[in-house]
Design a protein around this ligand. Structure first.
Ligand code: NAP
Length: 488
């Protein structure tokens, strides 16, 4: 297939109009080979979409009552004779058993819906294997990314996209039309060599989440160990105090906000690095290194994991007073206070610190929730580009600043207290501040008019060392134009 063919839309407006060779999709007869779960769901969906369905089974009498009455269930050869488009809802291992049908199948379109049990299980894709068994047929790969369940629920639930590939453009368009009438969105994946890639898609386990999850786990492990040493190991070694009860809740609860806060800053750090690179090279047309590219692409997942940790931190914090250890400590303090005949233990500074700390924390969580909600495809699609970038960029950055205030009010003056340096290790919150503060300072520097102006010009196509005409918005929002050469 030529490159030109790939660029063509699978379904042009009125593509079938006036073309006597093409039957309108709805109303035509579609064949299904096999009578298993997928075949049944497919038949139901096809019937509901207005197609005539003929199912080919090795044992039609036994299977007929499993299908809607509108579908005809007959022997495989009979079914194949009645239609030009046949879905092969049979496992790859059984393709060879269909070879007896080669003569009746000649010249027909076979839709390979099969999946494998492992990624790149076979040297050639299932669709290519089917095509090699039936050289007189045109094979189209498709529908394997939708489950039997999605087919039955009529594309209202689950994935709506159906990835299609074939070496025959006409056959591909026919299958795409059928998919569209069934309520799916056909996506042209090109020629048959893409079949392996399409077959691997349902087998991948959260491919976009792997790096962010490992990052979150790595950070969790580091901060957990650090907090464990400070909160449990140090009192055990230095004062022989048993504080191991703190591990399940207190240590975890001091670790979660660290992970959440650092992860949030890691959402904005690659943007800062990208801006530095653009400023340094004076162009936006230079490719970022692969690691930065990958990092930029994973920002959404990193942000969602940051929200997840923040939400867990909120729940853990709410549960702190429920612990038996908390009640014992509270009573112990009260008894001590009574014995020392202290009437008033109110510390004004501590009260204010706690009030501000909790309030700022709630606001930070609220902002993070907003970011998480707007990253959902259905919500994101309803926003225009400016709204989306306002929420994700401006509100996201505000969330980072508010989280920094939350951290600072938590730490207060602890960084200056000698007793807080357990085994000479500084309080955890001082470590967590490093990356977020770097990001905030960098963002403030980038917002300085001279730097912002240069960055804006670069992002609109200006390049260092090139003489180009540029048009820029002025401070009042009006556009000014001019000509510039390098190093301006
Ligand atoms: P299934 O329930 O086991 O059905 C397979 C059917 O293949 C049988 O009912 C059988 O129908 C037919 N068949 C033909 N020749 C056979 C033979 N020699 N030995 C055994 N069976 C033979 O499997 P399924 O879940 O419907 O899956 C069918 C295909 O759809 C597979 O390639 C699968 O990868 C693909 N798929 C399934 C799903 C899903 O959600 N289930 C999703 C995507 C893709 P007769 O006895 O009537 O001939």
């Amino acid at each position: 297939m030529s490159r030109g063919d790939m660029a063509k839309p699978l379904l042009g407006h009125g593509s079938t109009e006036g073309d006597p060779r093409i039957t309108p999709a709805s109303g035509r007869t579609i064949g299904v080979l096999g009578s298993g779960d997928f075949a049944r769901s497919l038949a139901i969906r096809l019937v509901c979409s207005g197609f005539k369905v003929v199912v080919g089974s090795r044992n039609p009498k036994r299977k007929a009552n499993l299908f809607p009455s509108a579908a005809e269930v007959t022997f495989q050869a009979e079914a194949v004779k009645k239609t030009d488009v046949i879905f092969v809802a049979v496992f790859r291992e059984h393709y060879s058993t269909l070879c007896d049908l080669a003569d009746v199948l000649a010249g027909k379109i076979l839709v390979d819906v099969s999946n494998n049990t492992e990624i790149n299980h076979h040297k050639e894709s299932n669709a290519e294997y089917l095509a090699s068994l039936f050289p007189a047929c045109t094979v189209v790969k498709g529908f394997n990314v939708v489950s039997a369940w999605t087919l039955q629920s009529g594309a209202r639930d689950g994935n709506k996209q159906v990835l299609i590939c074939s070496n025959n453009q006409e056959a591909k368009r026919t299958v795409a039309e059928i998919a569209q009438v069934m309520g799916f969105t056909p996506v042209d994946m090109g020629c048959m060599s893409s079949a392996s890639e399409i077959e691997n898609i349902p087998l991948r386990l959260l491919p976009a989440w792997k790096i962010p999850i490992f990052l979150a786990l790595g950070l969790f492990l580091c901060f957990f160990t650090y907090n464990l040493i400070r909160q449990v190991i140090h009192p055990f070694i230095r004062e022989q105090k048993n504080k191991f009860y703190k591990i399940p809740i207190e240590v975890v609860n001091t670790t979660l906000p660290c992970v959440s806060y650092v992860m949030l800053s890691l959402v904005y750090l690659p943007g800062v690095l990208a801006a530095c690179s653009q400023l340094y090279y004076g162009t936006k047309y230079r490719r970022f290194p692969d690691w930065l590219d990958q990092w930029l692409q994973h920002r959404k997942q990193i942000g969602l994991l940051s929200f997840f940790c923040a939400a867990l931190h909120a729940v853990y914090s709410l549960c702190l007073p429920m612990r038996r250890s908390h009640r014992y400590l509270l009573i112990e303090t009260a008894v001590k206070q009574a014995m020392e005949k202290k009437m008033n233990i109110w510390v004004e500074e501590e009260v204010w610190r706690m009030e501000i700390y909790i309030s700022v924390g709630i606001i930070a969580l609220g902002l993070l929730s907003l970011l998480a909600i707007t990253s959902l495809p259905s919500i994101a699609n309803s926003l225009n580009w400016r709204e989306f970038s306002f929420v994700q960029s401006s509100l996201g950055f505000t969330a980072l600043v508010v989280s920094t205030l939350h951290t600072l009010t938590y730490g207060w003056s602890r960084a200056f207290d000698e007793n807080q340096y357990k085994f000479y290790l500084p309080p955890t919150y001082t470590l967590t501040l490093l990356v977020p503060c770097t990001v905030i300072i960098a963002k403030v520097i980038f917002s300085l008019p001279c730097i912002r102006h240069r960055l804006l010009r670069i992002r609109r196509g200006w390049e260092k060392g090139r003489y180009v005409k540029f048009v820029l918005p002025s401070a009042t929002g009006e556009y000014s134009s001019g000509e510039t050469s390098s190093n301006v």
